[in-house]
Structures are given as structure tokens and as C-alpha cells.
Design a protein around this ligand. Structure first.
Ligand code: ASP
Length: 431
């Protein structure tokens, strides 16, 4: 059986048995025990195997990517293209969300006592969030991207810091004498290959890991939670589906020249990994492998665009943030005029760039947006219960967005021909 098929099987069986356990034996001690001692740990080991490759992978792929592009001016052009694409696709996604919330008004008409109940249930969790994350966004957010100490940045999983250091490192590599640089490039190449091998090994665990992760979530929460805030969840999901199915497909076709059907069927491994890990960072290794092996994007482009995308390009997150802010404004009876909604859109895009690609990474920043437009930030408590499922879905869209960016940049740079993937041209056999 192919690995893909096994992973899908793990996902389906994990979800089915988790929901079955949740419905047939709600709250049973043994279900909890299996979650805590079997499914949870297996899922965690898989997740950690992927996460442990992230720092070396980001460093080698960005440094080699920049060095491979060679000319500093060209790096600048690729960089600008990449970031403009990130911002535009993210803004498009957030706009879709805002239109939907305005059309369907999911937060209007919630009974005040229900609202109170939700608030008291989740208030302490919201306070925990506020204490844990950076709930501040300003000029120092940008200053902090420049790490004082790259090792410390790596140890603290400060991915933006690591990315910044790697970009500068790669650029400097092109500025030293070629002979000296060549040796280092060879070493980095080998390190990169080893890391990719580790990822391959980790992926053999994927079917079990995915089973464990999904079982853990569904056995604990079942479908029950989904019903509570059904309409809100539905709107986020519909928005994500529209952005994924329509806008990203169109972008891939228009800017990449790639048939959407081919694109979606080739990136399955990324979709499943993102969905089950809820983490763009943890999906990065899979994403790079998918881009290079399935979409045939040259390593120097994939290695440059995808690591940046995993922290900076979060289409799904921006849509989710926009919908959530407006939904909560409706719940709390705060009216937001068009101008304020545009502020919400801009802030959603900016904070999606700043959010960490880890499960729930956008929540602390979401509280900042809420506070900025005058919605009580602890109101986030209302939606925390359903956040798991939304996180899985928005992360999937985030990751697919990164791949569309890689497709666009590779094509725009003349480094890649979509016909190779579309099937019109066969790759020349390796000599
Ligand atoms: N979990 C998301 C990601 O990793 C970030 C977020 O929206 O919380 O892409």
C-alpha cells in the first residue's frame, strides 16, 4: 500500500474511532486513558520527529536558496515577488471571510445567558493565552525579527529570527570568494540531504501519528462542540473552502499555468500533514518534499519561498481572524462600520504574517486585533472550544497557500515549466 493511502486511512480510522468512542462511551475513563497513554504519545512522537528537523531545515534551505539564486539583486526581486504574493493572497482570503460574516451575521441573536455561560467557562483559558503570548504588535515586532543570538533564536524556536539570520548568511555566502564558498555549500547541501532523509523516516510513522493525533482530539471533543457555535464554524469553513477551492485554484491556474486538479492531487501529503498537526512549521518538511518531488519546483525556489511562507503566509489564519473579530463584535453588540472593518482586514493580514506557525499560534495576536477595534479580548473565550477543528482547517489552507506561492514564484522567475507537472512534457531521464 502507498504511504499516502496509509496516511489517509490513519486519518479516517482515527477520526471514526475517536468519534465512536466519544459517542458510545462519553467521558469514559478508559477512553481518556487510551488518549493520554497511547494515541496522544504516538501522535506527539510523530509531531516531534517533524519539528526537530525544522531549524536545520530552515537554515540550510534558506541559506542554500539565497546562495543558489546567486546575484543579490535577483534575490531581492524573488523576495519582493514572494512577499507581494503572500500579502495579496492573504488579503484576498481575509476579504472573503469578511464578506461572508457580513452576509450571514452568525453572531447576532445569541442569548445573553448563553454568552455569559461561555465566557465563564473559558475565561481563565483566555487569560492564560494573554499571559503566554506576545499580545503586542508594533515597531519592535520588526526589530525583534533581527536576532541578537542566532543559536538562542533557534533554541527558542523563534523562526522569524532564524529566517533572518539564514537570509543574511546565504546572501553573505555569495559575497565571499567562490572557492571558499563552494566548500561550505557542499557541506550545507549534505546537511540538507540528511535532514530530508530524517523526514522520510519520520513520514513512515505518519499513518500511526496521524491516527493518534486525530483520535486524541475527536475522542475528547466529538461533534458536540461543533454544534454549539455551528454557524460561526460553518462560515469559517465555507470561507476556507471558497478560498482553497476557488481562489487558490484560480491563482494556481492564472499565475502558475498549472491545472488545479493536478495541483490538488499532488499536494495531498501536505494537506494531510497540515490537517493533523495544525502547524505550518511542522508541515514545512513535508511541504518542501512535496514541492520538489511532486511539483518539480527547483530546490532553490522551494527552499526560499516555503520556509518564509510557513511563518509569513497564512491565508487561512487571516480569514479566520477576520471572521472571528466580526463574529465576536456581533456577539457583544459592538457595531463595526466599513472603515473599521477595513482596519480589521489590514490587521488580520499583518497579524497573520506575525503569527507563529504552531497550533493556536494566531490566538494571542487575535486578542490584539479584538482589543484594537473595541471588542473585549477575553471574548475569545467564546470560540476557544471550537478552535481545534478550525485550527486544523485554517492551517491546511495556510500550507496550500504557501505551495501556490512557490508555484507562482518558480514560474515568474522562469525556473519551472508547468507542462512538466501537467503531463504534457516528460522529464528527461537522469543521465
Ligand atoms: N496553526 C496555524 C498554523 O500553524 C497558526 C494559527 O492560525 O494559529 O499555520
Amino acid at each position: 500500500m502507498k504511504l499516502h493511502t496509509k496516511i489517509v486511512l490513519g486519518l479516517v480510522l482515527g477520526a471514526a474511532s475517536g468519534i465512536a468512542a466519544n459517542t458510545l462511551a462519553p467521558g469514559a475513563a478508559w477512553v481518556r486513558w487510551i488518549g493520554d497513554n497511547v494515541a496522544g504519545p504516538v501522535g506527539q512522537v510523530f509531531l516531534r520527529m517533524l519539528l526537530m528537523t525544522v531549524i536545520p531545515l530552515v537554515f540550510t534551505s534558506i541559506a542554500l536558496g539565497v546562495a543558489g539564486i546567486g546575484d543579490i539583486r535577483k534575490v531581492g526581486r524573488v523576495g519582493i515577488r514572494t512577499i507581494v504574493y503572500f500579502l495579496l493572497s492573504t488579503a484576498l482570503s481575509a476579504a472573503i471571510g469578511l464578506v461572508l460574516v457580513n452576509l450571514f451575521q452568525p453572531g447576532v441573536g445569541l442569548a445573553p445567558e448563553v454568552r455569559e455561560q461561555l465566557m465563564t467557562t473559558y475565561r481563565s483559558q483566555a487569560q492564560g493565552l494573554q499571559a503566554a503570548g506576545t499580545t503586542h504588535f508594533g515597531i519592535d515586532t520588526f526589530v525583534n525579527m533581527v536576532p541578537r543570538n542566532p543559536i538562542q533564536a533557534a533554541a527558542g524556536m523563534d523562526l522569524l529570527g532564524v529566517i533572518f539570520f539564514s537570509l543574511v548568511f546565504g546572501a553573505a555566502l555569495t559575497l565571499i570568494p567562490e572557492e571558499q564558498a563552494r566548500q561550505l555549500v557542499r557541506v550545507l547541501d549534505a546537511v540538507g540531504a540528511v535532514v530530508v532523509k530524517i523526514i522520510d523516516l519520520a513520514m513512515t510513522l505518519a499513518p500511526y501519528g496521524v491516527f493518534g493525533l486525530i483520535f486524541f482530539t475527536t475522542s475528547r471533543f466529538g461533534w458536540g462542540l461543533l454544534r454549539q457555535l455551528g454557524l460561526y464554524v460553518a462560515i469559517v469553513l465555507v470561507g476556507l473552502a471558497i478560498h482553497g477551492g476557488v481562489s487558490l485554484s484560480l491563482l494556481v491556474r492564472l499565475f502558475g499555468g498549472l491545472k488545479p486538479r493536478v495541483f490538488w492531487s499532488r499536494i495531498r501529503a501536505s494537506i494531510i500533514t497540515a490537517f493533523s498537526t495544525s502547524s505550518s512549521n511542522a508541515t514545512l518538511p513535508t511541504n518542501i518534499a512535496v514541492a520538489e518531488e511532486e511539483l518539480k519546483i527547483p530546490p532553490k525556489i522551494a527552499g526560499f519561498v516555503l520556509p518564509l511562507g510557513s511563518t509569513m503566509c497564512m491565508n487561512g489564519t487571516a480569514l479566520y481572524e477576520g471572521v472571528t473579530v466580526l463574529f465576536l463584535a456581533q456577539v457583544f453588540g459592538v457595531s463595526l462600520d466599513l472603515g473599521t472593518q477595513i482596519v480589521v482586514l489590514v490587521l488580520s493580514v499583518i497579524t497573520a504574517v506575525g503569527a507563529a506557525g504552531v497550533p493556536g499560534g494566531s490566538l494571542p495576536l487575535l486578542m490584539v486585533v479584538l482589543a484594537t477595534v473595541g471588542v473585549p479580548p477575553e471574548g475569545i473565550a467564546v470560540i476557544l472550544g471550537v478552535d481545534r477543528i478550525l485550527d486544523m482547517c485554517r492551517t491546511t489552507v495556510n500550507v496550500c497557500g504557501d505551495l501556490t506561492a512557490a508555484v507562482y514564484v518558480a514560474r515568474a522567475e522562469g525556473e519551472w515549466d508547468p507542462r512538466v507537472v501537467n503531463g504534457a512534457v516528460k522529464l528527461a531521464p537522469a543521465a
